[in-house]
Design a protein around this ligand. Structure first.
Ligand code: OOB
Length: 546
């Protein structure tokens, strides 16, 4: 069931579909229809708060319809892909639901992505256009959108939230038509949206999520976290990321009738005054932000602090001593977990013993999640031993978007997703993340693919060989180190020169190396591959952050 190009979506096998439907994991309604139900249930309740905008459920419902009609009038057809690269603002939510409601497929590009990523994702998804802010954090997104429009055939529509320049203003889109023709209603089995993966190979991959699997993801996570209509969820991390979007995030909060509050900046100086005004009860953070908030909590007034009941932490390893500071300094309960845009989500439970909450990454949120822990030979390790996490289930993908070769490696023939994460499982079913075998650096919750960076660096005229590794860091967990081998006689570049080179190639800032070192040759392993472990050992001491 798909209006997408061939190879875009790998369906679950019939047997799994029957089971997930029969056992009630998958519903029949698309996300756009679900919003209609949520709005009918509590039309006057506050759905979205951001900047100077405050939308009730009825208003959100109406604006999403207006956006949908605007896109349809602008020529966006069912199944068309549209990049959404918005900061955390009310329009992120209205545009998301507007696209879902005209059966278009939002591609959730993050605001930090630059030309390299955006152009690649536009080509890969064959997008018909994008929705961007005018500027965000000093960066001109309108200019980037124009570059992509010039480079990618068929990418014609640029909608701008804010000052439109020569492009289509969001306000025109919303006011475009008063028509009441019925909007196309996608089937719940269709792909609703595409998420960007942290990736292990060269360029980022796209993850198709269907209406029914994503709706289930949101609701199951909301249940596990005890979300109710009384909750107000603060979106601190970029809204297009799976964690704040759906784990339970924006969708899980709306599903239970709560309020979604969005902030463009997650730092204490921006967030703490907001917490004074809005009685936020829960938010989701990556570990470096937990540390920042805990350090600043002394300045936090009792009023802001008293509302916050729960903090969700995931995306990267949370040090148990930092976990302790959630209660001590921030005065709220902690749920920690491991999640992935590909699907599987594990969380600790509110009634778990404190030791499990501080030192494990929780257990899968769905009874239908299947988890295997596997050794290098592909067989299950002994109970409690460490191995690679393989998983399948009602909200875990069966294939990346248009990536047949990668899919052949990333999935087993019986549909398990090989996560590349190393875990062990406690008798209680809780997972403990012990590391990873994929070549990714987790920089404070942002995943940087070593291969992607290496490909760019090899294009530097003076570089003949390169290895990108993660070095341990107290604050970010890991930082990015590029080890370069230079051409005979080439001058040793300064770190700045290398990051400028990568910046000019349009790479997101969070991927730029924190440290650049040069060697005459790379150490090799017994099979002749770059010995990354030796490089980490050599440079681990004296790691410096940008
Ligand atoms: C979520 O995360 P992604 O897709 O940006 O990244 C997923 C990857 C995981 O495969 C794992 O390598 C790493 O990030 N990760 C963790 C972790 N949580 C994620 N590594 C160590 N400890 C953890 N607690 O889409 C996502 C992240 C969190 C919650 C929900 C979704």
């Amino acid at each position: 069931m798909s209006r997408l190009p061939a190879g875009a979506f790998t369906p679950w096998p019939d047997e799994a579909v029957r089971r997930y439907v029969a056992e009630g994991y998958w519903g029949e309604r698309s996300l756009g229809e679900l919003l209609r139900e949520w709005a009918a249930r509590s039309p006057g309740a506050t759905a979205v708060v951001a900047d100077d905008r405050r939308l009730s459920y009825a208003e959100l419902d109406r604006e999403a319809d207006a956006v949908a009609r605007g896109f349809a009038a602008g020529g966006v057809a069912p199944g068309d892909r549209v990049l959404v690269q918005l900061p955390n603002c009310a329009e992120f939510v209205t545009v998301l639901f507007g696209l879902l409601r005209c059966a278009a497929v939002p591609v959730l590009v993050l605001p930090a992505h630059r030309r390299s990523e955006v152009e690649h994702l536009a080509r890969l998804s064959e997008a018909v256009g994008c929705v961007v802010p005018d500027r965000f954090q000093g960066f001109d997104h309108r200019a980037l959108a124009e570059q992509v429009r010039a480079a990618v055939p068929g990418f014609d529509l640029v909608v701008v939230v804010g000052d439109p320049g020569g492009a289509t203003p969001y306000t025109d889109l919303v006011g475009a038509t008063a028509a009441t023709d019925p909007l196309p209603v996608p089937d719940a089995a269709e792909v609703a949206l595409l998420l960007v993966s942290g990736g292990t190979t060269g360029a980022p991959k796209l993850i198709p999520r269907t209406h029914r699997d994503y709706a289930y993801n949101a609701l199951a996570a909301a249940r596990v976290c005890g979300f109710t209509a009384a909750d107000a969820f603060l979106v601190c991390l970029p809204a297009g990321h799976n964690f704040p979007l759906c784990c339970p995030g924006i969708l899980g909060t709306l599903a239970v009738g709560g309020t979604v509050v969005l902030t463009r900046t997650p730092t204490p100086d921006a967030v703490f005054p907001l917490l004074e005004r809005e009685p936020v009860t829960v938010t989701a953070l990556v570990p470096p932000l937990v540390r920042l908030w805990a350090d600043a909590a002394g300045d936090w007034s009792g009023r802001a602090r008293s509302a916050l009941r729960l903090l969700l932490v995931g995306g990267a390893r949370l040090d148990p001593s930092l976990a302790d500071r959630v209660g001590a300094d921030l005065g709220c309960a902690l749920i920690q977990g491991i999640g992935m845009a590909e699907g599987l989500l594990a969380y600790t439970r509110p009634d778990d013993p404190p030791e499990l909450v501080r030192a494990t990454q929780g257990r899968p949120i769905s009874p239908a999640d299947e988890v295997r822990v596997v050794g290098p030979d592909g067989t299950d390790v002994a109970p409690g031993a460490t191995g690679e996490l393989w998983t399948r289930g009602p909200y875990t993908l069966r294939g990346y978007y248009r990536a047949p070769e990668h899919n052949a490696r990333a999935f087993t023939p019986d549909g398990f997703y090989r996560t590349g994460d190393l875990v062990r499982v406690l008798p209680s079913g809780h997972l403990v993340v012990e590391g990873r075998i994929k070549d990714v650096i987790n920089r404070g919750g942002e995943n940087v693919s070593a291969a992607e960076l290496e490909e760019h660096l090899l294009d530097h005229p003076d570089v003949v060989d390169v290895a990108v590794v993660g070095l341990p860091d107290d604050v970010l967990g890991e930082v990015v180190c590029a080890v370069l081998v230079l051409a005979e006689g080439a001058p040793e570049p300064r770190s700045k020169d290398v990051t400028r080179f990568l910046g000019r190639r349009g790479l997101a800032r969070f991927k730029l190396p924190d440290r650049v070192v040069c060697q005459r040759a790379l150490p090799l392993t017994a099979v002749g591959k770059p010995d990354k472990r030796a490089l980490v050992d050599r440079y681990a001491r004296a790691a410096v952050r940008r």
